[in-house]
Design a protein around this ligand. Structure first.
Ligand SMILES: [Zn+2]
Ligand SMILES: [Zn+2]
Length: 198
């Protein structure tokens, strides 16, 4: 079992073509591939039904996250209760500012696949967690991208799974091992049912 996976999509991400119909919350919970396990469906897909989404995730015994697509979604994303938030930080001043506001909630803030946009990690508050993402990390020179920031940030390793067979972190864990970074476990295994942040 993996230590942690907080970046998982389900069929609640109804507008994401990569999500297959089998990727239901119930299946993810049944597979239970990680000890610390959270669902992070796209905020724009669950904003209008967030209470139902969060209830479904909690009923399955999983942590409630969401993936926010930039500062444009900040206000409504701050208004919903989440255990943690994952953020698309493009190289825009308003996105870096949004990270500060997300951190102010007290809930963990994870910078999603920063090599993909790319995010300028120099401008990211060091209190943010930086993701090594199994779906995207191999597309770039990850040694050059992540290497200089190993001392500045804490890291999380994520699958970004959209399908059952993506519930894996093989590439991301290989990269983390090569970088010699130690993953930060955001929650305590066994106590995740009590996690609840505004
Ligand atoms: Zn993403
Ligand atoms: Zn994602």
């Amino acid at each position: 079992m993996l230590p942690q996976d907080l970046h998982i999509h389900s069929t609640w991400s109804h507008g994401d073509d990569a999500v297959v119909p089998e990727q239901r919350i119930e299946l993810i919970a049944a597979v239970r591939h990680a000890r610390i396990c959270g669902i992070s469906d796209h905020f724009e897909h669950v904003v209008d039904c967030f209470d139902d989404y969060a209830a479904a995730v909690r009923a399955a015994g999983l942590l409630v996250g969401t993936e926010i697509d930039g500062h444009e979604w900040l206000s409504p994303a701050l208004a919903v209760p989440c255990d943690y938030r994952i953020f698309h930080c493009r190289d825009r001043t308003a996105d870096y500012r949004a990270l500060e506001q997300l951190l102010a909630t007290g809930a963990p803030v994870i910078v999603a696949h920063p090599n993909y946009f790319p995010t300028d990690l120099q401008r990211v508050p060091p209190e943010c967690l930086v993701e090594i993402n199994n779906r995207y990390v191999w597309r770039d020179d990850w040694q050059a991208f992540y290497g200089p920031w190993r001392e500045r940030f804490r890291f999380v390793i994520s699958s970004d799974a959209h399908q059952p067979h993506w519930l894996d972190q093989t590439i991301a864990r290989y990269v983390a091992a090569q970088l010699d970074v130690v993953e930060t476990l955001v929650f305590t295994p066994g106590e995740t049912a009590d996690a609840s942040h505004a």
